[in-house]
Design a protein around this ligand. Structure first.
Ligand SMILES: Nc1nc2c(c(=O)[nH]1)N[C@H]1C(S)=C(S)[C@@H](COP(=O)(O)OP(=O)(O)OC[C@H]3O[C@@H](n4cnc5c(N)ncnc54)[C@H](O)[C@@H]3O)O[C@H]1N2
Ligand code: MOO
Length: 481
């Protein structure tokens, strides 16, 4: 976290045009300006699946195989061909190739195993009844009703996947078919569901006659049911989540073409700040150093550095000038105090202000600037809740654009019902910490600009336009996690 990566600060795109500075602009306009500040998404590169987590797909995710890649059994049971009863002719386990099946034949099959060609459906294990082949004691039809006494419980539970135990138990009586047909009881000794619960395991080629009824294609996942090879599964711009990794792997990918993560360096300004312990007289514990990096990381950024910078114009200017990060994030120093050097340092480093103050409470002194080398700087006010307001207004939309994530669009108003009045400012937007109750969002107390107590319990910041939102009205909620 403290060390910086050796990134060339000037490898980013350079914007030729110089947009006008928006001063004290309406909140929706400020958010839009931040979204549009980036020249475009950062470069794409091929990464392993693990490295791709949290990044953005730079191209659609296409299937490299049909899914499923072959006709697959969806259940443990028997693959059957044609109408029953069927002569048992062996076993297919998942991962094994399957030979063809002739009409009137069945093979024991495991969930996920390849269906033999010629198979017309799968009979679930619990729906089939095996009549053992004729043995030394004559035809075994009677045993099919599950009445064979003294069968060990574990043998009754032999499955197509673990069928190696079949016939090995002390009660096997020399015939696998007879033994398994006797498995019409559960391990608790109760009768099986159909009164003729099937033989659990049939030795390959062990024979026997299978009874039951199967519709055509029943419990079969046909090849290509989910997708065909070459089909686009996800659009470019999709965030790579854990589930996306699973889908990509299932579809045959080892690597993905994803956007580079935007790098962020956090500069915490303020001589009064203390990094450890209980603050001494006149001192303030730095709350933003611990708060912001995880919030930025959750938004897909790579936080490559975080340090306190003393209230010194030259130090701040140099820190900004030499930062290798795509986005320099400062806290404090945005206002007009005697040691608020941010504006001056921006000017000295050739920064161009895109947004200089926003009509929002808290956080109105927040700012956004373009720096040489295609970098950006977001200046967050020092008051902690104001800093979070600046993060959701300017930093997160900028990071989203750099990551190549699509903007929410005009219908962004994912509004939700509010259960209690959210009083408004006469001219400015308010960002209010809220929690959701069953009847709608309600504001939390302790929402002053210097406070975090309300925000710590909040699920979202409600966007309250000038004038406020009455109880029962609707407001956009900006999620906090
Ligand atoms: N004359 C005016 N004064 C102020 C105005 C104004 O419009 N005119 N705006 C006020 C508002 S609103 C805000 S917000 C603050 C913004 O000030 P700065 O961004 O310059 O921040 P500082 O002055 O450095 O600090 C303000 C406040 O926040 C505390 N702070 C700073 N950093 C941290 C941190 N990392 N963790 C916890 N607390 C922090 C700092 O100690 C101050 O108490 O300006 C108002 N003034
Ligand atoms: O912008 Mo400030 O947050 O009201 O203290």
């Amino acid at each position: 976290m403290e060390s910086l990566h050796p990134v060339d600060p000037f490898d980013g795109p350079v914007l030729p045009d110089v947009p006008p500075t928006l001063r004290h602009c309406p909140w929706p306009q400020a958010r839009q300006a931040a979204e549009r500040a980036a020249a475009g998404p950062l470069a794409a590169r091929e990464e392993t699946l693990a490295e791709s987590l949290g990044r953005t797909l730079a191209e659609p995710l296409t299937a490299l195989t049909d899914l499923p890649a072959f006709d697959t059994s969806a259940m443990d049971g028997w693959a059957v061909a044609g109408p029953g009863p069927w002569r048992l002719a062996g076993r297919v386990l998942a991962g094994q190739p399957a030979g063809p099946l002739a009409d009137g034949e069945a093979v024991e099959i495991a969930t996920g195993a390849q269906l033999p060609s010629g198979a017309t459906g799968v009979l679930r294990r619990e729906h089939g009844r095996v009549e053992p082949p004729a043995g030394p004691n004559g035809p075994g039809g009677a045993a099919a009703e599950g009445t064979a006494p003294g069968f060990p419980a574990e043998q009754e539970h032999g499955s197509a996947k673990t069928g190696g135990r079949a016939g090995a138990g002390p009660g096997a009586r020399g015939s696998v078919g007879r033994g398994t047909a006797g498995a019409g009881r559960r391990s608790d000794g109760s009768a099986g569901a159909s009164g003729g619960e099937p033989a659990a395991a049939v030795r390959p080629g062990g024979g026997g006659l299978l009874h039951g009824s199967v519709g055509p294609g029943q419990d079969v996942r046909p090849r290509g049911q989910e997708c065909r090879r070459g089909e686009a599964l996800l659009p470019a711009g999709t965030e790579v989540t854990a589930v996306v990794l699973g889908l990509a792997a299932a579809a045959g990918h080892d690597t993905l073409l994803v956007r580079r993560r935007p790098t962020v360096e956090l500069l915490v300004l303020g001589d009064e700040l203390q990094e450890n312990g209980v603050p001494g007289p006149g001192r303030v514990r730095d709350a933003l150093g611990p708060l912001l990096p995880p919030m930025l990381a959750a938004a897909g950024a790579e936080v490559i550095g975080r340090r306190c910078v003393r209230d010194d114009f030259g130090l701040l200017r140099d820190a900004i000038r030499h930062s290798p990060a795509d986005v320099v994030l400062t806290t404090g120093g945005t206002a007009a105090g005697p040691v608020d050097f941010l504006h001056a340092a921006l000017e000295a480093t050739g920064g161009h202000l895109l947004v200089d103050g926003v009509a929002v409470r808290p956080g109105h002194p927040m700012l956004l600037a373009r720096l040489p080398g295609g970098r950006h700087l977001v200046g967050l006010p020092g008051n902690p809740l104001a800093a979070v307001a600046g993060t959701v207004t300017l930093a997160l939309p900028l990071l989203r654009a750099l990551r190549g994530r699509p903007a929410p669009g005009d219908g962004r108003g994912r509004t939700e019902r509010v259960a209690a009045e959210l009083p408004g400012h006469p001219r400015d937007t308010r960002l209010v910490p809220v929690v959701r109750r069953t009847d709608g969002a309600v504001p939390l107390p302790f929402d002053g600009p210097a406070m975090l107590r309300g925000l710590a319990l909040a699920e979202a910041l409600a966007v309250v336009p000038p004038g406020g939102v009455p109880a029962g009205g609707r407001a956009e909620l900006l999620p906090l996690h």
